[in-house]
Design a protein around this ligand. Structure first.
Ligand SMILES: Cc1ncc(COP(=O)(O)O)c(C=O)c1O
Length: 404
């Protein structure tokens, strides 16, 4: 019997009635959250094992971030880049220092950071590398996910993301992910950049073979090509290091950052690179009304300061080992594959058992929220403030779901 006092069914219906169906959310309606926990409109509590696709690395409503937002709301929220505001330089300097780069270009969403990276690489190609006009090419990987703009979906290999959105932007060559020979062979005199996720998140937390990223770094250096690392989902503590590239000691020419940079409060993205790269942009050639706004910068400064302590990277590395141990114990018991880096896991469920969607629905009924990616693969990315007991809870509930 349906309990007619529950608010969830009506709220789900209303949401479906009034929105384009470009998402297929789980039927939960959240009204408040704190740390790693969410509460729905009917008072049910859920352990958040998605963390806003890593936008909530520091948990919901981290006190230091909320305090910074409140303070800034009472002072100044928007100027546009026509003027400079008093949070701007601190944000850019502190983020540049965290990245070990000269300069930062702030934007809002991840896709905008990717678009910025593409534009900068092309201009760099024409003005610095000397590529012939209109010939610049960027090498990307199969299975990539870099966002949803028309240019970005032009080089997606996911038909859902790409089909019927043409005509497509030219200038991209797609190679298999993790295959250094194929990537090397795709580079020619017109190649300005290689754009990669150091770990492919949407594809199911796919970690490339050891040595791949250093190999990409080397070939980019040798062939005068920019290595652009899209760390929008993998970066800022998620994998147990500040950047996923750090695990192999790789420093790209450009970091693309987003998601967690806004502390789960405001959209903040950025490109970080050295002056010989980002310096190619001149006034009027790129920008955004909201990019680098005072509220965004005030929150993001605190995000950078949280990361500068190293505490979240440590938590992610240590707790990630507990998550790994728990999940590996389920291989053969409903899971057919597990990939873990820090507090980030891709789980392949035996397709004979259930789809990823079904698994997530059943987990939700048991008070754990996660998200399927493709087919029978789900991804776990809890906030980095999650505790050992909460990790154990998530693993136990998953085990119960898999046991049917
Ligand atoms: C690696 C990566 N790049 C770019 C994006 C796009 O970010 P946004 O949705 O903020 O545009 C995402 C989003 O999931 C992502 O995972």
């Amino acid at each position: 019997m349906v309990d007619d006092k529950l608010r969830t069914p009506g709220a789900v219906r209303d949401a479906e009635r009034w929105t384009a169906h470009n998402y297929h959310p789980l039927p939960v309606v959240i009204s408040s959250a704190e740390g790693a926990w969410l509460t729905d409109v009917d008072g049910r509590r859920y352990l958040d094992c998605l963390a806003g696709y890593s936008a909530l690395n520091f948990g919901h409503r981290h006190p230091q971030l909320i305090a910074a937002a409140h303070t800034q709301l009472d002072r100044l929220t928007l100027t546009s880049r026509a003027f400079i505001h008093d949070q701007f330089a601190d944000f850019c300097r502190e983020l540049a220092e965290l990245c070990g780069k000269d300069l930062v270009l702030p934007m809002n969403t991840g896709a905008e950071a990717v678009e910025t990276g593409i534009k900068v690489a092309r201009k760099w190609g024409y003005q610095v590398k000397g590529v012939a006009a209109g010939q610049a090419n960027i090498v990307v990987a199969e299975g990539n996910f870099h966002g949803r703009t028309t240019t970005i979906v032009s080089f997606s290999t996911d038909e859902d993301a790409r089909a019927d959105f043409g005509p497509y932007t030219p200038g991209f060559t797609v190679v298999p992910y993790g295959d250094l020979d194929a990537l090397t062979a795709a580079i020619d005199e017109n190649t300005v950049a290689v754009l990669l996720e150091p770990i492919q998140g949407e594809q199911g937390v796919v970690v490339p073979p050891e040595g791949y990223l250093p190999g990409v770094r080397q070939v980019c250096t040798e062939r005068d090509v920019l290595f652009i690392a899209d760390e929008i989902q993998s970066g800022l503590g998620r994998t147990g290091a500040t950047f996923a590239c750090d695990h192999e000691g790789v420093v790209p020419d450009m970091y693309l950052l987003g998601k967690a940079l806004g502390g789960g409060i405001v959209p903040v993205s950025a490109v970080a690179a050295n002056a010989d790269v980002l310096g190619v942009l001149k006034p009027g050639q790129h920008g955004s009304t909201f990019g680098g706004n005072p509220l965004a910068c005030a929150v993001a400064i605190e995000v950078v300061r949280l990361l500068a302590t190293g505490e979240f990277q440590r938590r992610s590395a240590e707790l990630g080992e507990r998550l790994r141990a728990g999940l590996e114990g389920l291989v053969g018991k409903g899971l057919v594959g597990v990939r873990v880096r820090g507090l980030w896991a891709g789980l392949d469920i035996d397709p004979a058992l259930m789809s990823g969607r079904e698994a997530c629905e059943r987990l939700a009924e048991r008070g754990v929220l996660a998200k399927d990616t493709h087919g029978s693969t789900i991804r776990l990315a809890p906030p980095l403030v999650i505790t050992e007991e909460e990790i154990d809870l998530a693993v136990t509930q998953l085990a119960e779901v898999l046991a049917g």
